[in-house]
Design a protein around this ligand. Structure first.
Ligand code: GLN
Length: 197
């Protein structure tokens, strides 16, 4: 990596430590974000999996919801983070807080009780080898807007997608040794830096 990228990980609840470890492995300078001012000067942000209602309520409490809406750089949301970024949650908890930044509708806990958590190999657009993916009480993408690029599907539903400077995954790429999905996010960050330069 020529210049070290500064990537924030929203550290209110959930799997932020695992994302931070993966990003450090890839050479990024990582900031755990708990307050809005910590977003300043970051090149990108990851919103981890966990519990989307809890993360959303805590984000609103600290003013991070408005700060993330105003954040100019790329954002990657995984699992609960994908739900938070979505425009709409189908069958969401009443009052489910959403950031509404990605033109997708998501279904929470979509894979059902019987297969609440599972692992599978995904064919990911542009990857010659399948990506082993861990799903934990995962959402899927129910519908996408016209500008959204679907990058992988599971059970016939999109589970990895890009909408401009946003990347969303229904699974947990931070829980395997495979760094390819995080590398794609860092590529997106560099690509957007080129666009904004
Ligand atoms: N089911 C959780 C939610 O709706 C997401 C699960 C996860 O992030 N692993 O918030």
């Amino acid at each position: 990596m020529s210049e070290q990228l500064r990537i924030g990980v929203l550290a209110l609840q959930g799997n932020f430590r695992e994302h931070a470890a993966m990003l450090r492995r890839l050479g990024a300078d990582v900031t755990e974000v708990r307050l809005p001012h910590q977003l300043a000067d970051l090149d990108g942000l990851i919103i981890p999996g966990g519990e989307s209602t809890t993360i959303g309520k805590l984000a609103a409490l600290y003013g991070l919801d408005e700060a993330i809406r105003a954040f100019p750089a790329p954002v990657f949301g995984t699992c609960a983070g994908m739900i938070l970024l979505a425009r709409e949650a189908v069958d969401g908890t009443h009052g489910q807080p959403l950031l509404g930044l990605v033109d997708i509708a998501v279904r929470r806990n979509a894979f059902g009780r019987q297969v609440a958590s599972f692992e599978t190999d995904l064919d990911v657009d542009g990857e010659p080898e399948p990506v082993h993916a861990v799903f934990i009480r995962a959402p899927w993408i129910e519908s996408v807007g016209p500008g959204v690029q679907v990058l992988a599907e599971a059970a016939g539903h999109p589970v990895l997608a890009r909408d401009g400077k946003y990347l969303v995954a229904a699974f947990h790429p931070e829980l395997t040794d495979d760094t390819r999905i995080h590398e794609r996010f860092l590529d997106l960050v560099r690509e957007e830096q080129g666009v904004r330069a």
